[in-house]
Design a protein around this ligand. Structure first.
Ligand code: HEM
Length: 453
């Protein structure tokens, strides 16, 4: 007779596992994100609602026991959330990243000296692969270079899921998640929240939000656009796939290996950028298309997702040719010679990648906040302002710096006498805040290195 003793009765009727997939090793890979076909161009259907919470730690510096206790509590809280909400856009996806003040002020130098990933290429030899964000040539004088200890990025197709989870994590009092009473989720006493930043991506939201809020230029935003500037920004061919942005995956960027503590971790840059929508839509369709992609693009106005396949890549020689021939370089053309592989490459995991494969990952989303919903450091304006919370991942902050400098293209401008309006689209952007973070693997997402302190 069959025995029922091994059957897990406690685990039955679990809606959180309705479409269960094994959690990835990284935090930045997003289970459950499907791919849409836009006229044979594959596009990732990213979660609709986003929020970022940044904070400083309330723990006493040098108190290893308190840090380890905090590590246990945050780990338990995140696990409890994922037992209740499915790990997919229909539930919630959470990423936790740590700023340099966390590693410098809370983890003993003897531990960080040994464990932090170091950049092998670009920048000063021996430097950590996460260094402070810098002010870029076209940043405004009042740019804020932030010094947060921690950043949480929450994503879901349902705005209420974000609010529910943020309430349970950060607000004291009776706690529920999806209506279910929970005990171990509140960790708000560990943090002083420094900002709450909310936004959206996809589903025609940029035009809807801008129109309803009366933002000038709203009527020009294409109805299906996923971001304010009109073009799709989640092309499968324009987003690093698998673990490509991790410190260790593509040989040469850092000293990390698949066995390292920070394997499956990455460098994350978080910035807030305001957009001059009226200025941008003052350009005609061709002007926008070519400033977004490159000067040789001819797609019709209704095409919001022009192909980003490897063979469309603009490498350095072609970028110089565009500047010479057309007197214009597009946003993609400015950076693709660094954000994509310039030769066929084999990863440390044995995957063969053709030239033109992208290794840079973006998870940015639009906002109408001015600049944030809550900002501990400065006043918030109720007047809506279109913008982007830019979130980029790559194997080192040194590489990010190099890529982002190309977006300002000061040298190319000088060399080819390019006017500001023909140099990508930075003329229409104002960056207000920046910080670099280390986003560890899922297994080390709660206070990394605390257990070694
Ligand atoms: C308002 C801000 C921004 C908007 C609207 C924007 C939009 C886009 C779009 C539409 C694409 C091409 C579509 C795709 O590949 O999915 C793209 C590509 C790219 N963006 Fe941005 N972007 C913004 C800011 C930035 C920033 C701050 C960086 C930082 C370095 C950046 C880096 C890149 C890179 C590297 C690519 C090319 C990826 C590749 O094809 O290799 N972008 N962006």
């Amino acid at each position: 007779m069959e025995t029922t003793a091994a059957f897990d009765w406690a685990g039955v009727v679990d809606y959180a596992k309705r479409s269960y997939s094994e959690p990835p090793k990284t935090q930045y890979e997003l289970p459950g994100v499907n791919v849409e076909n836009h006229l044979d161009v594959p596009v990732a259907c990213v979660p609709l609602w986003h929020s970022v919470v940044t904070a400083r730690l309330n723990l006493p510096k040098g108190d290893a026991a308190a840090l380890r206790q905090g590590q246990k509590r945050l780990r338990a809280a995140l696990e409890e959330i994922e037992r209740i909400y499915p790990l997919q856009p229909g539930g919630i996806l959470i990423q936790v990243a740590y700023g340099l003040p966390y590693f410098k002020e809370f983890i003993p130098a003897a531990v960080t000296d040994k464990m932090m990933p170091r950049a092998l290429e670009n920048g000063k030899p021996g430097d950590w692969a996460v260094i402070d964000a810098i002010r870029f040539p076209k940043d405004p004088a009042d740019l804020v270079l932030e010094q947060n200890d921690i950043s949480f990025h929450f994503k879901s197709d349902y705005n209420e899921h974000l609010s529910d989870v943020m309430r349970a994590l950060f607000q004291p009092g009776t706690q529920t998640l999806n209506g279910i009473p929970v005990k171990s989720v509140y960790v708000g006493d560990l943090f002083t929240v420094t900002s709450i930043r909310r936004g959206f991506a996809g589903r025609g939201m940029p035009r809807t939000m801008a129109t309803r809020l009366g933002i000038p230029g709203a009527d020009k935003i294409p109805a299906g656009a996923m971001l304010f500037m009109g073009f799709t920004s989640s092309h499968v061919h324009g987003l690093a796939q698998g673990t490509l942005p991790s410190f260790e995956t593509i040989p040469g960027y850092t000293d990390q290996t698949p066995e390292s503590y920070f394997a499956n971790g990455t460098m994350m840059h978080l910035s807030h950028i305001a957009i001059d929508l009226e200025g941008w839509y003052g350009l005609d369709h061709k002007g926008r298309l070519q400033r977004m992609f490159h000067a040789r693009r001819t797609e019709a106005p209704e095409v919001l997702s022009p192909s980003q396949a490897p063979q469309t890549t603009t490498f350095k020689e072609q970028m110089e040719e565009d500047a010479k021939q057309h007197g214009l370089i597009g946003h993609n053309a400015q950076m693709q010679f660094l954000s994509r592989l310039d030769k066929d490459t084999v990863t440390v995991y044995g995957d063969r990648l053709p030239k033109g494969t992208v290794l840079f990952l973006r998870q940015d989303f639009d906002t109408v906040e001015n600049p944030f919903e809550f900002n501990a450091g400065a006043p918030v304006s109720p007047a809506p302002r279109p913008g982007v919370h830019f979130i980029g991942f790559c194997p080192s902050a040194q590489l990010f710096e190099k890529v982002r400098k190309e977006m300002d293209s000061v040298e190319m401008q000088k060399k080819y006498n390019l006017p500001d309006e023909n140099t990508g689209f930075t003329k229409f952007l104002v960056t207000t805040h920046r910080q670099n973070y280390l986003e560890p693997s899922r297994s080390h997402r709660s206070f990394p290195l605390a257990e070694l302190s």
